[in-house]
Design a binder for this molecule. Structure first.
Ligand SMILES: C=C(O[C@@H]1C=C(C(=O)O)C=C[C@H]1O)C(=O)O
Length: 285
C-alpha cells in the first residue's frame, strides 16, 4: 500500500437534519489525526454517495445499511433511534385513513427508512395497498395530488407547525404500538474498504464522534439554542424533541431494527437477511 493511500482524504457524510445534532454538533474535522472533509446532505443523497464510494463514512438511512450492508460496517453505539413518537416522521392525511389505505401517498424523496416503514405500516399493520410516489418535501404541493404525504426530519417538523387541519400520524408511535419495540432510523456506517485502508483515520473519526456525543449529552443547551435560531420553535419544543430520540445502538435498538428488516423482507423490499456487523471487529472478516 502506498503512502498516498494511507493519507487519502476521508469524506464524512453528515445528514442535514437536526436529528443528528446530538452526535454531530461540535464535530471538528481539524481535530482529527487525518485529513477529512464533511459533506452535508439529505439521507437519500448520502445513502447514494456512500454506496458509490463518493464518501467513506456517514450517517445513513438504516434501510440503506439493509440494502448494502455487505460493503459497510456499523460504528458501534451510534444511531438515530426512538422508542415511540419521533415528531419528525409524520404522515399528513388529507383524506380519512380508510381512504388513504387504498389511495395515493406522496413520500419525501429524502427518505429511505421511513418510506419503507410506511409500506410496512400500510400493508402489514393496516391491511391496505396504497399507491406510493416520491416527491420533493413540500407538504402543500404533495397534497395537491394525493390523499396523504410523508415527511421526515426538519421538513416534517416545520410542516407540523404550519399544518392546517390534516390529521397527523407519527410513524415511530405506530411502530411502537404494533411491535412493542423501538426503531432505528439512521446508523453510522463506514465502507469496509475505507476501514481496511485507513484504520487509524476511522478510529480518529470515531473517537471524535463519541466525544461530541458525550459533550452534547452532558449539555444540550447549545443544540437547543441553535435549533431555535435556525429552524424556529421554542426551547421546550426542542428539549421534548431531543428527549424522544436516542443516539445509542444497544440490544433494544438492534431488536427493533432486525424486526423492521424482517418485515421489509416479507414485503419484498429487501432480499436477504441483514447482519449487523460492527467496526472494528469485522474489518478483516
Ligand atoms: C428521525 C429521523 O430519522 C431519519 C430518517 C431517515 C429515513 O427515513 O431514511 C434517515 C435518517 C434520519 O434523518 C428523521 O428524519 O426525523
Amino acid at each position: 500500500m502506498t503512502t498516498s493511500e494511507h493519507s487519502r482524504l476521508i469524506r464524512i457524510g453528515r445528514i442535514d437534519y437536526a436529528n443528528v445534532w446530538p452526535v454531530f454538533h461540535g464535530f471538528d474535522e481539524k481535530r482529527l489525526d487525518c485529513e477529512a472533509e464533511v459533506v452535508y446532505g439529505m439521507p437519500a443523497e448520502l445513502n447514494r454517495k456512500l454506496r458509490e464510494g463518493e464518501i467513506d463514512l456517514a450517517a445513513i438511512s438504516s434501510f440503506a445499511y439493509g440494502l448494502n450492508g455487505e460493503d459497510y460496517l456499523l460504528l458501534p453505539n451510534l444511531s438515530v433511534s426512538a422508542d415511540g413518537a419521533v415528531k419528525s416522521l409524520l404522515l399528513f392525511l388529507k383524506s380519512p385513513l380508510e381512504k388513504v389505505r387504498f389511495g395515493k401517498i406522496m413520500m419525501s424523496s429524502t427518505s429511505a427508512t421511513t418510506v419503507n416503514l410506511l409500506k410496512i405500516v400500510m400493508e402489514k399493520f393496516y391491511g391496505g395497498k396504497p399507491v406510493y410516489e416520491a416527491a420533493e418535501p413540500n407538504l402543500e404541493a404533495m397534497l395537491e395530488t394525493a390523499d396523504a404525504a410523508l415527511l421526515i426530519g426538519d421538513h416534517a417538523i416545520r410542516a407540523s407547525w404550519e399544518n392546517r387541519g390534516c390529521q397527523v400520524l407519527d410513524l415511530g408511535e405506530i411502530w411502537r404500538t404494533w411491535t412493542g419495540l423501538g426503531m432505528t432510523f439512521a446508523v453510522w456506517a463506514v465502507r469496509r474498504e475505507a476501514a481496511r485502508r485507513q484504520p487509524e483515520a476511522v478510529a480518529s473519526i470515531y473517537r471524535e464522534l463519541l466525544a461530541c456525543k458525550r459533550r452534547n449529552l452532558a449539555d444540550r443547551e447549545p443544540i437547543v439554542r441553535e435549533a431555535v435560531r435556525r429552524i424556529g420553535g421554542t426551547s421546550d419544543y426542542w428539549n421534548g424533541y431531543f428527549d424522544g430520540l436516542s443516539h445509542d445502538f444497544g440490544s433494544r435498538e438492534q431488536a427493533g431494527l432486525q424486526l423492521y428488516f424482517q418485515y421489509a423482507r416479507e414485503l419484498g423490499l429487501l432480499e436477504g437477511p441483514v447482519r449487523l456487523e460492527q467496526w472494528p471487529e469485522s474489518v478483516h472478516a
